[in-house]
Design a protein around this ligand. Structure first.
Ligand code: ATP
Length: 436
């Protein structure tokens, strides 16, 4: 009831080329936004005038207008301010250049621009990806969104890399693109360092499958690809980036906010790759380690339960709808669980002809037990360890919510009803406490 009292309505008048930024920090809070007059967009998705949009705890939002508008915010007073200093014109120019390349590709029946977005942590890489994808799809393009950032798991759960065909703008409230048939590869951890070899293999495979699929979709092929990357840009992180650039055969690299990285890429990339340095937005909010962890948990929870966005969200596709996962017991003996990567041995201890890095791609059988509690298991499309498991994408994920050592069973939380498909399960480092 106290909260009711503090609830208030604020009205903001925005001039052209300015944005209203707001953050919701307190727990269990909702802010409702409405455009009263004019036109506005959130990270490239247009807002409908007179329609209420709800945002909850953790939201960090910018409402941008090219022509001026009036916006109302309803809820407890949060951090909110108007900024006239935004890099949106630079981002719009980038979009215009990509659009020219798409037109050329369309005329010549070729491939549209493959654009990779790089930069340190918290510079707005995911946001710029979202803006460029939204602008493309608003021009009736069908770009592919590739997310290589295993820390966030924007396309599936954290610990994965994936790709989707973008057919409509991102949802305003959930922020994501709707996800029919995502292509997902499991890395199984949020730390690239845990297995650089695997990371490079998955990146190459993802690039290969995306290119294959584009061959049979002319419209998507001419629209090109937007590749979002992680903020690890030094040392091995930089090597992963250049490997990804090569694997995806990028045409354009957009470097956010870092001249040093820009210069390194100019030095190391082939001449035909255009490297562009872009400013970051002053609105991008730095996120703490604990906030990132919370967001990861939220992503996994949404994967199983949906984000409960109500009927409107449900109408926008699977993501955002309230989902009803299944929970059931399975016998240990009915499961084939593996882990990728055996403990590292020095080259001198390896059998003749094998290198230590071969160990990193080895499938190791996992004996079910308490070691699996709360872990995510990737449901592979591979049905036996003899198949090329690492190069197979995954059907989805289940979570082990309980282990019964007497009955030798696992309780599984699964988006699909029983039985589990008769395929391999790959144990991930990612854990999720199901306290729904
Ligand atoms: P990382 O790679 O470190 O995960 P990133 O560089 O991809 O991060 P984003 O996720 O795009 O960064 O942005 C960080 C946060 O800042 C997000 O919560 C996003 O919503 C917010 N944000 C981005 N641009 C703005 C803006 N102009 N005003 C307010 N908030 C913003």
């Amino acid at each position: 009831m106290g909260e009711e009292k503090e609830s208030e309505i604020q009205e903001f008048k925005l001039e052209k080329d300015s944005e209203l930024r707001f953050e919701i920090e307190n727990n269990n809070e909702t802010v409702v936004l409405e455009v009263k007059a004019g036109m506005a967009e959130i990270f490239g998705t247009e807002l409908v005038k007179g329609k209420p949009y709800s945002f909850t705890t953790g939201a960090k939002v910018a409402v941008f207008t090219y022509h001026g508008c009036t916006i109302e915010l309803k809820g407890r007073k949060n951090i909110s301010y108007i900024s006239k200093e935004t890099p949106m014109m630079s981002y719009l120019n980038c979009h215009a250049c990509l659009e020219k390349l798409r037109q050329k590709a369309e005329q010549e029946g070729g491939r549209g621009p493959v654009t990779m977005i790089v930069g340190p942590a918290d510079v707005g890489k995911s946001t710029v990806s979202r803006i460029l994808l939204n602008y493309a799809v608003r021009m009736r393009r069908r770009p592919v969104y590739v997310d290589l950032d295993i820390g966030q798991g924007a396309i599936s759960v954290p610990g994965t890399m994936g790709a989707i065909l973008v057919e409509r703008p991102a949802s305003i409230e959930e922020g994501g693109f709707s996800q029919q048939a995502p292509l997902v590869f499991n890395f199984g951890s949020v730390k690239y360092q845990s297995n650089l070899t695997l990371c490079n293999i998955i990146t190459s495979r993802l690039a290969e499958v995306v290119q294959e699929r584009l061959q049979s979709n002319k419209k998507a092929n001419a629209s090109g690809i937007i590749v979002n990357t992680a903020g690890w840009i030094k040392g091995d992180g930089y090597k992963l980036l250049t490997h990804a650039a090569q694997a995806f055969e990028v045409d354009v690299v957009l470097v956010l906010d870092q001249e040093r990285l820009y210069n390194e890429l100019v030095r190391d990339m082939p001449n035909f790759v255009r490297i562009v340095l872009l400013p970051k937005s002053g609105g991008v909010v730095e996120r703490s380690v604990s906030y990132r962890q919370e967001m990861r948990d939220k992503r996994v929870r949404e994967y199983f339960y949906g984000s409960g966005g109500g009927a409107a969200a449900a109408a926008q596709g699977v993501r955002g709808a309230s989902l009803h996962p299944h929970s059931f017991d399975v016998k240990w003996s009915d499961l084939k669980i593996y882990k990728i990567g055996a403990p590292a041995l020095p080259d001198s201890c390896m059998p003749l002809g094998m290198k230590a890095e071969d160990n990193m791609t080895k499938l190791v059988a996992v004996q079910p037990g308490l070691n699996l509690l709360h872990h995510l298991l990737a449901v592979s499309f591979a049905s036996s360890a003899e198949e090329d498991v690492i190069n197979s994408n995954v059907a989805g994920f289940v979570c082990v919510t309980a282990v019964d050592t007497d009955r030798q069973t696992l309780t599984i939380l699964s988006p699909q009803p029983r039985p589990l498909p008769d395929t391999l399960l790959i144990m991930c480092d990612i854990q999720f406490m199901d306290n729904h």
